[in-house]
Design a binder for this molecule. Structure first.
Ligand SMILES: Cc1cc2nc3c(=O)[nH]c(=O)nc-3n(C[C@H](O)[C@H](O)[C@H](O)COP(=O)(O)O)c2cc1C
Length: 380
């Protein structure tokens, strides 16, 4: 039976444990390029014991960013910054992962702490957003959406392939396509955003065509030995949106197109959701476990898995294969070491770089004065 600290092998890549830092957009890139901040963010999490480390969603085109301050991979000049991330993550014992995406009708925004509003196309930091159909998201994202032509969809699939080639050059060893959170992949799947009447709209087999073609385009350049995964907006929590059973069928089709692992999340194609489970512990795990069981593919998920006992339990129960941590990874770069202490791991400092581990084990201090509170007594 695996636990949170068991290695996980997908294709030729082995993670040292089942703990990933989930992708998190930071709005700190310049001209789509990552810098020192991103190297610090990812390197420190790898040094803190995370097995798999993502920076943020990386845009395949300039208009695929959330804001002008988001990172991208649409030109070769963006490779070197990303290579700095992969080098430090590997040096610290982690596996560097990249999430490629396009924000679709949820682009052209400002950073959320500046008001989370979409900027109009004529704003110096805004642009004309694109999507499957001319349906604006609504609310704070009111601007008209340019419906993608068939030729423009083909251009995007070429952009995925070019981005994957650059990701390989940069040294990434795990590639996830972002089809969740109301971005372009999520909106092609959702009837709330996709009103097309051509081969990309209507029945599920058409609404998932965009994703299958993206997977095919990426697989053509991304080596078979490296994992190809995707994060799916598997439920819009709205009767008119993506239904989970459709998502299950979509993952099965993607498996036939080379998908190695499914990372399940919410659709976020609308603010009109019922229920809103966002304060509930582990609320995506049951859906992810169904995909694992019914499609027969390894799965990951995030959402309120930051309690070590909960994260460990969902792995031990073989509900999911990999725990994706967002906010817990932001707030504690050493979350895996903390979790190891909480779970009475025999050697928590085996998770940090070897030299630090040596000092922490051998340079005797008062046991409560090495930067960690005493480990909680293991629960029965
Ligand atoms: C600051 C921030 C930025 C995020 N950006 C992304 C992103 O770029 N791509 C993505 O798939 N999810 C993104 N997410 C969602 C997280 O990856 C994660 O799925 C979510 O926070 C739930 O996990 P948690 O409960 O462990 O935080 C972001 C979350 C936060 C807090």
């Amino acid at each position: 039976m695996p636990d949170l600290f068991s290695p996980l092998t997908i294709k030729d890549v082995t993670l040292r444990n089942r703990i990933a830092m989930s992708p998190m957009t930071q709005h700190r890139a310049v001209d789509g390029r990552v810098g020192d901040f991103h190297v610090m963010l990812t390197g420190s999490r790898a040094a803190g014991g995370f097995g798999l480390v993502f920076p943020e969603q990386i845009a395949i085109t300039a208009d695929g960013r959330t804001s002008v301050h988001c990172a991208g991979i649409w030109e070769d000049g963006q490779i070197e910054g990303l290579a700095r991330i992969t080098r430090i993550v590997k040096e610290m014992g982690g596996v560097p992962a990249i999430q490629l995406g396009h924000t679709g009708r949820k682009g052209s925004e400002c950073a959320p702490w500046l008001g989370r509003v979409q900027l109009p196309p004529e704003h110096p930091d805004g642009w004309q957003v694109r999507g499957p159909s001319d349906v604006p998201y609504g609310g704070v994202r009111p601007y008209p959406v340019h419906p993608l032509s068939i030729a423009e969809i083909a251009d995007l699939h070429r952009a995925y392939a070019d981005a994957a080639r650059r990701a390989l050059d940069a040294g990434f060893e795990w590639l996830e396509l972002h089809f969740a959170h109301g971005y372009l992949g999520a909106s092609f799947l959702s009837p709330l955003a996709n009103r097309r009447t051509d081969a990309y709209g209507g029945p599920l087999a058409n609404r998932v065509r965009y994703h299958l073609e993206a997977l095919d385009a990426v697989r053509a350049v991304w080596p078979e030995r490296l994992p190809l995964t995707m994060r799916l907006g598997s439920d819009d929590l709205n009767p008119a949106g993506t239904q989970f059973d459709d998502a299950l069928a979509a993952v099965a089709m993607m498996k036939d197109h080379g998908l190695d692992l499914a990372d399940l999340s919410i659709g976020f194609n609308t603010d009109d959701m019922n229920p809103k489970p966002f304060a509930d512990l582990a609320f995506m795990v049951e859906r992810a476990a169904r995909v694992r069981r019914e499609v027969g593919i390894p799965v990951a998920t995030s959402w309120n898995l930051g309690l070590p006992a909960v994260a460990d339990r969902v792995i031990r129960e073989e509900a999911i294969d990999l725990v994706m941590l967002g906010r817990p990874a932001l707030s504690n770069p050493h979350w895996p070491v903390w979790a190891a202490r909480e779970l009475a791991h025999p050697d928590p400092f085996s998770l940090v770089p070897e030299d630090w581990g040596w000092w922490l084990r051998n340079f005797r201090a008062h046991p409560d004065c090495i930067g960690w509170p005493p480990a909680a007594a293991p629960s029965a």
